[in-house]
Unconditional design. Structure first.
Length: 206
């Protein structure tokens, strides 16, 4: 079961790596020197994420990992290399919305692993919801701290409009977290939600 799951993870990762490899060849052939660095970085991040998944003690469900891989591709390749950040005004906010949703699911999985089934039945359903939401929001804040530090150290412009851009990113991530945690609340109340149950089944198989 574990081996099959890992194969599926590697297959999805290898598809995106192949696409990035083709992009690198095209960029070299047509001398797109300004794009090669970002493409190579995206290539390295995808490989690193797969490697860390195999070595980490906390095993993510393959569905969450697949979403992370897709997110990396959307942000690092389509966003930076293909210029979606400039072409589509709200591309950055869209990605923060998606990241907030993914992080909320991860937060709930952490809560699920830290608690026993008998305890979860006794606890107020809002506890798991709040844990997931605050985890998502806090990670959004951590990301903004990272952007601030890299901007200051390397002269980058990740936080394009400073406070306005930062708050917009955090708000988008928070909205994404709220969308997911509202579903988690109904799931905790006993409603059948297949996607959340699928995540729990996958993490139980680890």
């Amino acid at each position: 079961m574990r081996k099959s799951g890992n194969n599926k993870l590697f297959n999805l990762t290898s598809i995106f790596i192949a696409l990035l490899g083709i992009a690198i060849i095209v960029e070299v052939f047509f001398s797109y020197q300004n794009k090669i660095g970002n493409t190579l970085f995206a290539f390295a991040v995808l490989l690193s994420s797969w490697f860390l998944l195999q070595k980490s003690r906390f095993k993510l469900p393959k569905t969450i990992y697949n979403l992370i891989v897709i997110f990396i591709f959307l942000a690092m390749f389509l966003g930076k290399v293909c210029g979606f950040y400039k072409t589509f005004y709200y591309w950055d906010k869209f990605l923060h919305l998606i990241s907030g949703m993914i992080l909320a699911y991860i937060g709930y999985l952490i809560f699920y692993k830290l608690t026993r089934e008998i305890d979860r039945k006794r606890l107020n359903p809002l506890l798991g919801v709040l844990f997931s939401l605050f985890f998502s929001i806090s990670m959004a804040g951590v990301w903004e701290i990272y952007e601030f530090i890299t901007d200051q150290l390397f002269g980058l412009d990740s936080q394009r409009y400073s406070l306005i851009d930062t708050m917009g990113d955090i708000i988008a991530g928070t909205i994404g977290g709220i969308l997911v945690t509202s579903r988690i609340y109904f799931f905790q109340k006993g409603n059948e939600l297949r996607f959340i149950q699928k995540l729990l089944n996958e993490i139980d198989d680890k």
